[in-house]
Ligand binder design. Structure first.
Ligand code: ADP
Ligand code: MG
Length: 328
């Protein structure tokens, strides 16, 4: 079997906070093959960003990886030296955020930041780094790249800033790009341009993506496989095709109800489901979704089972798994 580019195994992450211990991620296993794009979908607070930050090793001090491992090309990221990690991050693994302000520095020109980023990871002269930066800006659809190079972030529009951040992330030709809701703040037309840009670049460069989004439309367009998270747990995981056409988990089905076709508007956020999200401070001992599950509401015998223990992930079909006690 081909080696996985990224392999997350049984990952659990908790935050200590004044309110207690927040169990943000629980026993999550995911993998991404070279050149493949995996989508992570789930409502706000389901642990998506925490997983991304763990891969980037950007978790805050209050976070603790309580179990599990993260392998990148077979190397354990959690046991790597700080120096190895630094060279990996920003070169082999890059991340783009929902808010470009998180990556761009207001006090330096775009040119300066791009050149610095590149020179930090590759032995290039200033001229060479400048030329490569210019080319990457053009590659992400910035036509007046020479002009943009001289600017500061506050002089750019939201869409332009997003493109600059993407250029910065792609500059070192990463093997894995982590995109955390990269287009949520943009208007629909620009959103679509950016998605097509990332998709096209990934295909050309053989780059893998971990794509966090609120929209199944985006997943259908950009990703090969998708993981659905609920309360920091995987509830369904498989190819986009199998999930869109044969979702087994009631949560996935509920989310998909609002997306009748794959061509559906990509701006459409997740369908909201009645009931309050699970508490990360006091997770139930059974299926986290059970209190909101309509099937449990209709069937008291089932409810008893679902509230009593956490359903393990089981196979629906090869490469498609789900965590639910319901047989059909
Ligand atoms: N720095 C933090 N301190 C305490 N709790 C946090 C922190 N960051 C995230 N959490 C908690 O972890 C859970 C998952 O958060 P997050 O990964 O940001 O979700 P998502 O990206 O899916 O919206 C949430 O319940 C959130 O409150
Ligand atoms: Mg998030």
């Amino acid at each position: 079997m081909m080696q996985k580019l990224l392999e997350i195994k049984d990952l659990s992450i908790e935050f200590s906070s004044p309110k207690g211990t927040a169990r943000a991620v629980n026993d999550v296993s995911l993998s991404i093959a070279p050149g493949e794009s995996l989508g992570i979908v789930g409502e706000s607070g389901s642990g998506k960003s925490t997983i991304a930050h763990a891969v980037m090793q950007l978790l805050p001090k209050s976070a603790k990886i309580s179990s599990g491992s993260i392998f990148f090309e077979g190397r354990d990221l959690l046991r790597m030296s700080a120096a190895d990690l630094r060279s990996l991050r920003g070169r082999d693994i890059s991340m783009i955020f929902q808010d470009p302000m998180q990556c761009l520095d207001p006090s330096f020109t775009i040119a300066y930041q791009l050149v610095e980023t590149l020179q930090a990871h590759e032995k290039l002269s200033r001229d060479e780094a400048r030329k490569a930066s210019l080319q990457m800006l053009q590659r992400v659809g910035i036509h007046n790249a020479e002009d943009i190079m001289k600017r500061y972030q506050h002089e750019l529009s939201g869409g332009m800033r997003q493109r600059v951040m993407i250029a910065m992330a792609l500059l070192t030709r990463p093997r894995l790009l982590i995109a955390d809701e990269p287009t949520t703040a943009l208007d629909v037309t620009i959103q679509d341009q950016i998605l097509q840009l990332l998709k096209g670049y990934a295909r050309e460069a053989g780059m893998s993506m971990l794509f966090i989004t609120h929209s199944f439309g985006v997943v259908a367009d950009v990703c090969d496989r998708v993981a659905v998270l609920y309360g920091g747990r995987l509830c369904e995981y498989g190819s986009c095709e199998s999930l869109f056409y044969e979702a087994r988990h009631p949560y996935t089905r509920g989310l998909l109800e609002a997306v009748p076709t794959m061509e559906r508007d990509k701006a459409l956020p997740l369908h909201s489901i009645d009931g309050a999200p699970v508490s990360v401070f006091d997770p139930p001992k059974g299926c986290p979704f059970a209190p909101r599950c309509s099937r449990c509401r209709e069937d008291s015998q089932l409810a008893e089972k679902c509230l009593g223990s956490i359903p393990p992930l089981k196979e629906a079909a090869p490469g498609h798994s789900f965590a639910c006690f319901i047989e059909r």
